[in-house]
Design a protein around this ligand. Structure first.
Ligand SMILES: CC(C)(COP(=O)(O)OP(=O)(O)OC[C@H]1O[C@@H](n2cnc3c(N)ncnc32)[C@H](O)[C@@H]1OP(=O)(O)O)[C@@H](O)C(=O)NCCC(=O)NCCS
Length: 203
């Protein structure tokens, strides 16, 4: 794999530039993940995501900058699967790192993986009142698709108790511009060391 091609370099003035590296999360990321996402995501919640990633229910990617985890996203999962499409979910950027292009880089990473699985679209659900995320997805080419669905997920709190969160959500889908999607490609290694993202194009 060509590391210089696949490494992400984000350099958006006027914010400090972030060199973000995106790779598959491992169990040993738990400690570095917990702080940036507190208190919105509990350590137990992140641990459950990592366990699902380890067991293959989802693949969790982590965005790292200077050894710190700053964002996560998952692909796959058990729900809302669409034929020919890769599902993106559980996208979170640590509040202190938002609006620096990390979310965009994570979404780009997912879009780069889809063709390697011969999938032509990326799909996601977003709460109908999550206007910031909806604006970001729209800017990146995602369009609302079909009816509003009821999204449900289990929130795990720091004391270990759980509750069910449910909210109406838009389904959004992006058709990828990837003629090669229709040819079978060899999937890249999803080792923890794999660098998955090409540098984003300048605005
Ligand atoms: C939604 C979320 C993932 C976005 O992550 P992010 O890292 O802030 O995303 P980006 O920085 O790529 O883009 C956010 C905005 O910042 C802008 N931006 C990116 N880099 C920038 C920079 N260097 N300087 C100024 N603005 C910048 C983007 O253009 C974008 O603008 P827009 O809102 O007008 O589209 C994040 O806000 C989050 O974790 N929210 C809570 C959880 C959530 O809602 N997840 C989505 C569930 S579906």
């Amino acid at each position: 794999m060509n590391a210089s091609r696949d490494r992400v370099h984000l350099n958006h003035p006027p914010k400090p530039s972030f060199n973000v590296e995106i790779r598959v999360a491992t169990g040993s990321d738990l400690e570095s993940l917990a702080d940036p996402f507190a208190p919105d995501l509990s350590k137990s919640q992140l641990e459950a995501r990592l366990e699902e990633s380890r067991s293959g229910v989802r693949t969790m990617l982590v965005a790292m900058t200077e050894g710190r985890a700053v964002g996560v996203v998952s692909i796959g999962g058990a729900r809302f699967q669409r034929r020919g499409s890769l599902r993106l979910f559980a996208l979170d950027v640590g509040p202190a790192y938002q609006r620096n292009g990390v979310g965009t880089a994570l979404i780009n990473a997912v879009e780069n993986i889809a063709p390697t699985r011969n999938l032509q679209t990326v799909n996601l659900e977003v709460a109908t009142d999550n206007t910031d995320a909806i604006r970001l997805y729209r800017r990146l080419g995602y369009r609302q698709h079909g009816k509003t669905v009821m999204d449900r997920w289990r929130r795990i709190l720091d004391d270990g108790t759980t509750d069910m969160i449910q909210s109406p959500a838009f389904v959004m889908v992006k058709q990828l511009d990837c003629p090669s999607c229709y040819r079978t490609q060899k999937a890249p290694s999803l080792t923890p060391q794999a660098l998955l993202v090409k540098p984003p194009q300048p605005d």
